[in-house]
Design a protein around this ligand. Structure first.
Ligand code: PLP
Length: 212
C-alpha cells in the first residue's frame, strides 16, 4: 500500500515536472523503519526527518543502503553536533548561530553539509525562518563557513496563500545566481510548488498515511 502511494505521488509529480528537476523527499517522521523499507524497496532514496533521536535510530538501522537524509525540523543548539555528523542536507537553518555550529561540527572526512535557509515567507510571528529582508545579510555571513554549502531556500507557507508564496520564493531564488534549490510543497500542494520552481518536495501523509 505504501509502495502504491509512492507511485501515485510520483505520477502526480510527473504531470507537472516538465523540466524533470524535482527530487521527492519521503517525510518519514513518526513512521517505523518497516514503512521506510517499503519505499526503499520501491526505489526511494531521499528521506526527511524532523526529530533528531528518532532520525538517528533510523539512520543507524538503514545504514549501507545509500540513503540521503534531510533534516527538516526546528533546530536547537544542542542538536547541531549530531545533525552535522549524520545528515546530508539541512533544510531548516534559520539563524547564523546554527549555521556556525553546523560548520564547526561537520566532520572533515564528510562532504560539505548542504544547507537550505528556511524563509518565513508570510512573515508569520509563530513560524521560524528568516524574514525576506534578512536574507541578503545572512547569505553574506555564509561565505566564511567552509564546511557548509548553501544551496537555496526552504519554506512552509501559510496554506491560505501558498501559491502566491511559492511564486515569491521563485523570485527570491532568481536574485541569487549561485543558488539553485527550492524545498517547497507538501502532500496537499506539491503541484503548485513545482509549477513555481520547487526542486525538492517534502511528502509525508500521501506516502505513509496520516500521522497519529
Ligand atoms: C511533516 C512535514 C512535511 C510533510 O507534510 P505532509 O503534509 O504530511 O506531506 C513536510 N515538511 C515539513 C517541514 C514537515 O514538518
Amino acid at each position: 500500500m505504501i509502495a502504491d502511494n509512492l507511485q501515485r505521488v510520483k505520477a502526480r509529480i510527473k504531470t507537472v515536472d516538465d523540466h524533470q528537476q524535482v527530487t521527492l523527499i519521503a517525510v518519514s517522521k513518526t513512521k517505523p523503519v518497516c514503512d521506510l523499507q517499503q519505499t526503499i524497496d520501491a526505489g526511494q532514496r531521499h528521506f526527511g526527518e524532523n526529530y533528531l533521536q528518532e532520525a538517528l535510530n533510523k539512520i543507524e538501522a538503514l545504514k549501507g543502503r545509500g540513503l540521503i537524509w534531510h533534516f527538516i525540523g526546528p533546530i536547537q543548539s544542542n542538536k547541531t553536533k549530531m545533525i552535522a555528523q549524520n545528515f546530508d542536507w539541512v533544510h531548516s537553518v534559520d539563524r547564523i548561530k546554527i549555521a556556525k555550529r553546523l560548520n564547526d561540527q561537520r566532520p572533515k572526512n564528510l562532504p560539505k553539509l548542504k544547507i537550505l535557509l528556511q524563509v518565513n515567507i508570510d512573515n508569520e510571528p509563530t513560524k521560524s525562518g528568516v524574514l525576506v529582508d534578512e536574507i541578503d545579510h545572512i547569505i553574506t555571513q555564509f561565505k566564511t563557513l567552509n564546511n557548509l554549502t548553501l544551496k537555496g531556500f526552504m519554506c512552509i507557507p501559510n496554506p491560505s496563500n501558498a501559491i502566491q508564496s511559492f511564486a515569491k520564493m521563485k523570485d527570491i531564488l532568481a536574485k541569487y545566481p549561485n543558488l539553485e534549490d527550492l524545498s517547497m510543497g507538501m502532500s496537499h500542494d506539491l503541484e503548485s510548488a513545482i509549477k513555481n520552481g520547487a526542486t525538492f518536495v517534502r511528502i509525508g501523509t500521501d506516502i505513509f498515511g496520516k500521522r497519529v
